[in-house]
Design a protein around this ligand. Structure first.
Ligand code: TYD
Length: 222
């Protein structure tokens, strides 16, 4: 389940008294498949909207008409691993140009269900592509932009697997073996340790209301 609509949508109050109170922020949600991040995106968006913040909710791969076509290919079509990484960044380039950068320039807050950390985790960690090469693509596609806040939903592999197996139809990534997800998770955790100022790790095995309280505190500080 992914709550991001296609393409990105803007939700906000229209009252003249509820102008954005803070500078624009870019918030990303990350985690291995089955970590449960998607169920919390609408919650965080509604917290911000209640504060009078103009929020754009979007996702990767996807978020634009072209990006959603690339997403269909990426999630269902076998391809060379370099092609996969390049298409992730192609989708991202379009997404930045059409959705993310204009929204931030307007002063809106952007919530993206995955961004470049996912490429480092999945294509770098999971597929074992060179991290340096991915960093070169990152420097090409968004040299001056990083998320202000990255919420990493973390769960043990067995918990994630059980959630996925309850979901029915699995895409190309979800069908990967547990070693793949172990590598993806490790790379996410490595990046969280590397960039502690923007990463917050959420223990996604905790009950929903506890996770929501934690998210309220974290986002409230933004
Ligand atoms: P996901 O965001 O989990 O959507 P859903 O909840 O609808 O399954 O699915 C996107 C998949 O794409 C996920 O398995 C991770 C993968 N992915 C990458 O491999 N690299 C990337 O750069 C991105 C953004 C996603």
């Amino acid at each position: 389940m992914n709550p991001a609509t296609t393409p990105a949508t803007t939700s906000a109050t229209t009252s003249a008294t509820t102008q954005p109170t803070r500078d624009a922020r870019f918030i990303t949600f990350e985690g291995i498949d089955g970590a449960g991040k998607s169920s919390h995106i609408d919650f965080v968006a509604s917290l911000l909207t209640a504060r009078g913040v103009q929020v754009v909710t979007t996702r990767e791969p996807g978020g634009t008409a072209l990006g959603e076509q690339l997403r269909t290919l990426l999630l269902h079509q076998a391809m060379h691993l370099d092609t996969e990484a390049l298409l992730m960044f192609a989708s991202r380039r379009e997404h930045l140009a059409q959705v993310i950068e204009p929204a931030l320039a307007r002063g809106d807050w952007v919530i993206s269900d995955r961004f470049t950390d996912a490429t480092f985790a999945y294509q770098g960690g999971g597929r074992h592509l060179s991290i340096d090469r991915l960093a070169q693509l990152e420097a090409w596609v968004h040299p001056h932009l990083q998320p202000d806040l990255t919420l990493l939903f973390d769960v043990p592999l067995a918990v994630a697997r059980a959630r996925l197996d309850n979901n029915g139809q699995l895409d190309k990534f979800e069908q990967e073996q547990s070693t793949f997800f172990a590598d993806v998770r490790n790379e996410y955790l490595r990046r969280a340790a590397q960039f502690p100022q923007r990463f917050r790790i959420i223990d996604s095995t905790r009950p929903m209301d506890e996770v929501r309280r934690q998210l309220t505190t974290i986002v409230g500080a933004e």
